[in-house]
Design a binder for this molecule. Structure first.
Ligand code: NAP
Length: 288
């Protein structure tokens, strides 16, 4: 058996095309293009790549992007001042601060400073709280993107047993809330979890968000399972590998995301979707 590929690259391209058409419709009906402000502090090479991918996706969809690059030794108060300016800027619908931030800056304080109504990443405690309560609001891009990928592929989720490996605020935790929302039975695993392999072996859906190359062995996977690999690990050879042994898992799973070309493109497309939603929420009532 060889798993079907959950083609994040393809589904993300479809989503970006939908967004492009929605932006064109906004312009044709006298509304402005949505705007996304991105802040990059320092010169982390991976962060630079992520930000330029997001800029390119904005350009493809017609969303305006405003990139602010700050020096590595930027102080927290200068960053908060910039966020305050963007909070007040009527051309800006979404504000993204690329993580990780240099150690002199408290990322929690920075996230809380973003206007929750412009929180395109969905990391603000207000929006996380709304997700926890199943209320509408900005949803973190990676988990929301995974849900879009599963839903557009038409995979059944209600009643399934899901195991998430990782409990970070940006992936594992909100992923658990997303899967609960669609009636999966969710187990969240982490570094203190016992018998991880046995837990994974019982799962219809496995989401791996650990940050360790090929950490999930192929023979842990239940036959017919759906495997979502969030991990992005850079090898010494300069390639990108996931958290799952792709070849081994593909022999047992029914569906699997590749790395690259799975979750990553969905995360970027979802950021645009959140920005478009934000612009729509800011339109005058008669235009919504
Ligand atoms: P993170 O904040 O470092 O969290 C890693 C999680 O893995 C933690 O909850 C940790 O448990 C758990 N963990 C570590 N060792 C473990 C073990 N031996 N057994 C079970 N659990 C273990 O990472 P993250 O930000 O969630 O990112 C995870 C991966 O996803 C990274 O490779 C990152 O680059 C990638 N990522 C990809 C995208 C995308 O768009 N594709 C987006 C975001 C992140 P504790 O909580 O107990 O420490």
């Amino acid at each position: 058996m060889s798993a079907n590929i959950l083609d994040g690259k393809q589904v993300a391209a479809e989503l970006i095309e939908d967004i492009r058409q929605a932006v064109q419709h906004r312009l044709a009906t006298g509304r402005r293009a949505p705007g996304l402000a991105m802040i990059l502090v320092g010169d982390n090479p991976a962060s630079r790549v992520y930000v330029s991918n997001k800029e390119r996706a904005c350009a493809r969809s017609g969303i305006r992007s405003f990139l602010h690059i700050l020096a590595p030794d930027t102080g927290q108060s200068d960053l908060l001042d910039l966020i305050q300016t963007l909070n007040a800027d009527p051309e800006v619908d979404g504000i993204l601060v690329q993580l990780p931030l240099p150690t002199q800056i408290d990322s929690g304080a920075v996230i809380e400073h973003i206007d929750p109504a412009k929180d395109a990443d969905g990391f603000h405690p207000y929006n996380m709280g709304r997700l926890a309560l199943s209320l509408p609001g900005f949803r973190p891009c990676t988990p929301r993107g995974i849900m879009t990928l599963l839903e557009r592929t038409g995979l059944p989720l209600a009643g399934s047993d899901a195991v998430i490996i990782g409990r970070s605020n940006i992936v594992g935790r909100p992923m658990a809330l997303e899967l609960l929302r669609v009636d999966a039975t969710v187990t969240v695993c982490h570094s203190r979890t016992r018998d991880l392999d046995r837990k994974v072996a019982g799962a219809d859906i496995v989401v791996a968000a650990v940050g360790r190359a090929q950490f999930v062995a192929g023979d842990w996977i239940k036959r017919g399972a759906t495997v979502i690999d969030v991990g992005m690990n850079h090898t010494a050879a300069g390639t990108l590998v996931g958290d799952v042994d792709f070849a081994g898992a593909s022999r047992r799973a029914a569906w699997i995301t590749p790395v690259p070309g799975g979750v990553g493109p969905m995360t970027v497309a979802t950021l645009l979707q959140n920005t478009l939603d934000s612009a729509a929420a800011r339109d005058p009532l008669e235009n919504r």
